[in-house]
Design a protein around this ligand. Structure first.
Ligand code: PMV
Length: 321
């Protein structure tokens, strides 16, 4: 009863920020993402009759803060398989954890895929979508590759790929501006926004328009229309964050400098746009022919620690132990 899986983080072009149901970790809105092939999480799950609880070693260290989310996911998996034993989980990221690079998305996608395989459940069973979501609202998107749509319906999440990586080859350059963990987690931050930001209700009310328009841009392979929409949606989410009490300021001056650099490139006709999540890193999405120029430009922004670049990745999959 042991299996390993790998999964890639994803970055949302149309974001979710806020829960419809906090206890169930159900997002208030849908989202659209790209899976980042350049970053990777590998997770091994081993059920062991001798264990009295699930355990987690993350990047070589015990991670007690993750225990609540981990146990909730594992309970759902055990119920699905009709199994009662606990498991030892070992997970590692080849990128900074908890720093706005969606390590929870790839982490929970890899966890449910490995645990399902260890329990004899088909790792592509659609019920794993809602189980991954218990761990992180963005994790179902990392179960799939390419461009992925997540929608919320009937108290659950539905998630599916819109285009495989080869159907619209895009590339992503991630400007890492700091490797440290973020001060306020997404989960806490979005709940504070729901409770205190006067912009939150407008964000929710307007969101379906952005998502529908983005799905059309993807269908049309209209890069520049998607670029304008993704930056608009990103900045709208950050305006909700900034008007939260206390304010959620996830950007650093380097974040802003990278965003301005990307905007300047696009003004010069380079097919690239930025997006930023709950952290100071900047993700620049571009057409593959622009990747070298985008990487070079971000690298030259003072304060950028490193730039990680690659094409869109595949969905979570079982890997050899
Ligand atoms: O549910 P979480 O913790 O993965 O929250 C994700 C929040 C954002 O990254 C800011 C937006 C998104 O849709 O990925």
């Amino acid at each position: 009863m042991r299996a390993s899986a790998i999964a890639h983080p994803n970055v949302a072009l149309i974001k979710y920020w806020g829960k419809a149901d906090v206890a169930a970790n159900l997002p208030a809105v849908g989202s659209l993402s790209v899976t980042l092939g350049a970053l990777c999480t590998e997770t091994t799950v081993e059920f062991d009759a001798g264990l009295k609880r699930d355990t987690l070693v993350l990047d070589g260290r015990e991670a007690p803060g993750e225990h609540g989310r981990l146990t909730a996911c594992m309970e759902a998996l055990r119920a699905l398989a009709g199994h009662t034993g606990y498991a030892a989980v070992t997970s590692g990221n080849d990128f900074p954890t908890g720093a706005g690079l969606a390590s929870s998305a790839s982490g929970y996608a890899a966890l449910v895929t490995a645990a399902a395989a260890a329990l004899g459940i088909d790792p592509h069973d659609p019920r794993l979508i809602d189980i991954a979501r218990i761990g992180s609202g963005s994790a179902p998107r990392s179960l799939f590759g390419g461009i992925v749509l997540l929608t919320v319906a009937a108290g659950g999440t539905v998630c599916r790929p819109l285009l495989a990586p080869a159907e619209w080859p895009l590339a992503v350059a991630v400007a890492v501006t700091t490797e440290g963990p973020k001060a306020v987690t997404s989960r806490d931050g979005m709940e504070q926004s729901r409770l205190t930001s006067p912009f939150y209700s407008a964000w929710i009310a307007d969101h379906a328009n952005d998502l529908d328009a983005a799905v059309r841009c993807v269908g049309d392979r209209d890069f520049f229309a998607l670029a304008a929409l993704a930056e608009y949606n990103c900045l709208k989410m950050h305006s909700v964050m900034l008007t939260t009490r206390p304010a959620l300021m996830y950007w650093s001056p380097v974040t802003l400098a990278c965003m301005q650099r990307v905007a300047a490139l696009r003004a010069d006709g380079v097919p690239v746009f930025f997006t930023v999540d709950a952290g100071p890193q900047v993700k620049a999405v571009c057409l593959p022919e622009a990747l070298a120029e985008v990487v070079g430009a971000l690298h030259d922004v003072p304060g950028v620690v490193r730039v990680i670049a690659g094409e869109l990745g595949a969905g979570a999959r079982v890997a050899p132990c």
